[in-house]
Design a protein around this ligand. Structure first.
Ligand code: UDP
Length: 467
């Protein structure tokens, strides 16, 4: 085996001496230039503020965590090994954990090894990039492409490019620009985030948007070059999320066969619009269209050891108690993802009342389980739900509109059966094998120097038939 030694590394412009480092042989493409048409050998994913292994449904762990984990699995399945870099938040986690052969999660020490709010992380990003560079040097691994998730990781990817000279793909998973457009004053994103996201638009070699609207917003409102932004939605695990008999699911969850069930699944965050769902539940309870009123099953948020809601879920509990509708609600706290098919199968309709949704995995998971969805006409939901065929799209933040949507689907058995039948076939296009191969295509183009026309040629996923 070829062994060379490196006794110094340039870090943040300074020459740092170190002990000899073993560098494994590298037979991949040049890492000091982008131009290569050799097969990709390894990709880095960066997720600074949240790990793909975090508990889902908590404050900062949801669709992005699922996306990174599943993408990595499917890239590895298609022959591209992946290292996922995330910040160390405790002392116990080993530096390298192999999730499956070909997928490692690397814990990078940057800042104190404890949980830190994402708005406090910016000062630690240079250290994160430096430690990533040292890891790769120590282990002798090289990356043909870096895929950064969320703005914090994008900034790290930009710093890492100075060490690795490797192209990077940015995925925002919502921008401050889009989030602020629907946020209350108190929930607004920081100016720092707004500024860094603008910078990343020009710094990134390629950008992946999760839906055509997001792509249009980046191009028309934020001024990024058209050919730099590709639309590739997340995939969905169609094996995990599949239809099953409703009575079995209800029996497993202790839900009566005759009950009507509206299911909400997700983080308890203002952007998810649970306040609109609570208002709709109040309106439904006061009308006599659905008698008795449906049960609202809320999956997500945290419960303490006694089973009482804490954090944002406690605010939900308080709101429904104040309105006198607590008896119509069941708050289960967050659930492991492999339990969710049961919850979806037990529901008559899944409500996704988000103010904004970059893609909205929950809606597609519900459809994959054969359950109709009533969702806000916002972001990716506009493209994943076929209006009138697999669900209904309603005005965001309108409790009246959401009420009408829920009542329409719950009040019409024939419509609901037709929507259920159409649901699963409508999401076959989100199977991971297809999506991962499109991501590889983008990586390949970047690694071979096609930055100028990354998304030209229409070969990227088409959610509308016309993008
Ligand atoms: N999820 C979960 N358990 C929960 C709540 C959510 O596993 O208790 C998962 C859910 O299956 C979905 C993801 O978290 O895959 C949420 O993704 P989505 O795109 O709907 O929302 P985001 O979190 O990205 O805003």
């Amino acid at each position: 085996m070829l062994v060379s030694s490196v006794d110094a590394i340039v870090v943040n412009g300074e020459l740092r001496k170190g002990s000899a480092v073993i560098v494994a042989p590298y037979r991949g493409p040049s890492v000091f230039g982008y131009e290569t048409d050799l097969p990709l050998t390894r990709a880095a994913q960066i997720s600074v503020h949240t790990s793909p292994l975090a508990t889902l449904g908590g404050k900062d762990a949801g669709g992005m965590n699922v996306y990174i984990r599943e993408l990595a699995f499917h890239l590895a399945k298609q022959g591209l090994p992946v290292d996922i870099f995330t910040r160390r938040v405790d002392l116990e986690t080993p530096e390298v954990r192999e999730l499956i052969p070909g997928v490692n999660v690397i814990a990078i020490t940057a800042g104190p090894p404890e949980p830190i709010g994402k708005n406090e992380l910016f000062p630690y990003l240079p250290e994160f990039a430096e430690q990533m560079a040292l890891y790769s040097l120590r282990e002798g691994v090289r990356y043909d492409v870096v895929h950064a998730h969320y703005w914090l990781s994008g900034w790290v990817a930009e710093l890492a490019r100075r060490y690795w000279n490797t192209p990077f793909v940015q995925m925002f998973h919502t921008t401050a620009h889009m989030k602020n457009a629907v946020a209350a004053q108190i929930d607004r994103e920081t100016d720092l985030r707004v500024r860094i996201e603008k910078r990343l638009l020009s710094l990134a070699d390629g950008i992946v948007a999760a839906n055509p609207d997001e792509r249009a917003d980046l191009i028309w409102s934020m001024g990024v070059a058209t050919e730099k932004v590709c639309t590739i939605p997340p995939g969905v695990d169609l094996e995990l999320f599949h239809p099953m008999p409703r009575q079995d699911a209800r029996a497993a969850l202790g839900i009566a066969a005759a009950e009507r069930v509206v299911l909400f699944v997700g983080r308890i965050d203002p952007v998810k619009g649970i306040d609109t769902l609570i208002d709709a539940a109040e309106i439904i309870a006061a009308r006599d269209v659905l008698v008795p009123p449906p049960t609202f099953l809320i999956v997500g948020g945290d419960l303490d050891e006694r089973g009482d809601p804490v954090g944002p879920l406690a605010n939900v509990a308080e709101a429904i108690a104040t309105k006198g509708i607590a008896h119509s609600f069941r708050l289960t706290g967050s659930q492991p993802q492999d339990q969710l098919p049961l919850f979806y199968a037990a529901a008559d309709v899944v409500a996704v009342p988000s103010r904004y949704e970059s893609f909205g995995l929950v809606a597609v998971e519900a459809l994959a389980c054969g359950v109709p969805v009533v969702a806000s006409r916002a972001g990716g939901l506009r493209f994943t739900i076929e209006e009138g065929a697999t669900g209904l799209l309603v005005k965001p933040r309108s409790a009246d509109a959401l009420t009408r949507g829920i009542e329409t689907i719950l009040g019409d058995d024939v419509l609901r059966a037709a929507m259920s039948a159409a649901a699963r076939p409508s999401v076959a296009r989100y199977d991971w094998a297809t999506i991962a191969s499109q991501v590889i295509h983008v990586y390949q183009r970047l690694a071979s120097g096609h930055r100028a026309h990354l998304c030209a040629g229409g070969e990227i996923f088409d959610m509308t038939g016309s993008d």
